[in-house]
Design a protein around this ligand. Structure first.
Ligand code: SF4
Length: 265
């Protein structure tokens, strides 16, 4: 079976425990205003005109984003990283885009990793059918589950979809005792208010089970160059990374509620 990848990152240390190789699958059902990988959203390989400037000169080159790879080809790449995963207690993280969009391909990759003894994590936005999620869950050692905000209308405005399905799916995973770390991208003036954090805490406390911990991912503006190069409209050019004091305050809110929290994942 084949699937479409848009990147593979070696030596990832923020995508789960230990040293990991992160495999980015192409395609996402959401369209977050702050997305760091806008080229990942389309599910198909696409050609993007890349513009670079040297002095007064402008150069335009076509860049293909997305490569068709078989499960065996991906496993050959992962095999070369085994020593680092094994020594560090790491593994493989499947991210995106949204990896569950290619769930059949993902399932085969997870099975192949399991057979090789590799720890697996799936980084998901949770916007998928519960059937798909519950098919993938038993093959996954750890979910990195994104929660952005509790206000559903705002969620729809910021990501293109309301959060009902995302919250329902998280409830299902937690109640079936799957291992989950919550990931919250902290975006100034979008979801960093104490009220939003309190609502997330209340929701997590209301679940019929526990999450492993919470990772706070501070927004950074490194993607703005990418939007510019690819000539994609970007509305967050003026947004800066959150102040350290804001990150610390959010961390404290979670800790006071009894959660294990990391800044940066
Ligand atoms: S869920 Fe992630 S990959 Fe998808 S649009 Fe949002 S930030 Fe981008």
């Amino acid at each position: 079976m084949t699937g479409i990848l848009f990147d593979i990152k070696r030596f990832a240390v923020h995508d789960g425990p230990g040293i990991r190789t992160t495999v980015f699958l192409k395609g996402c059902p959401l369209k977050c205003l702050w997305c760091h990988n806008p080229e990942s959203i389309s599910p198909q390989p696409c050609t993007i005109e890349k513009i670079s400037r040297i002095g007064e000169q402008t150069f335009r080159n076509d860049e293909v984003v997305g490569q068709l790879k078989s499960v065996n080809e991906v496993m050959e790449i992962l095999e070369k990283e085994w020593i680092f995963m094994d020594e560090s207690g790491g593994g493989v993280t499947f991210s995106g885009g949204e990896p569950l969009l290619q769930h059949e391909f993902l399932a085969e990759l997870l099975i192949a990793c399991k057979q090789r003894g590799m720890h697996t994590a799936v980084d998901t936005c949770g916007f998928t059918s519960s059937e798909v999620l519950l098919k993938i869950a038993p093959l996954t050692d750890l979910f990195l589950y994104d929660l952005k905000m509790m206000n559903s209308e705002k969620h729809k405005f910021c990501t293109g979809a309301d959060n009902q399905l995302i919250l329902e799916n998280l409830q299902k995973l937690v109640s079936e005792n799957y291992k989950i770390r919550i990931r919250i991208p902290v975006i100034p003036e979008i979801n960093d208010a104490p009220e939003n954090i309190s609502e997330i805490i209340l929701f997590l406390k209301s679940l019929n089970g526990q999450v492993e911990g919470v990772d706070l991912l501070p927004f950074h503006n490194t993607a703005s160059g990418k939007y510019k190069r690819f000539e994609i409209n970007y509305t967050m050019n003026e947004t800066r990374k959150p102040e350290a004091s804001v990150m610390d305050a959010i961390k404290k809110q979670f800790e006071e509620a009894g959660f294990e929290v990391k800044i940066g994942g």
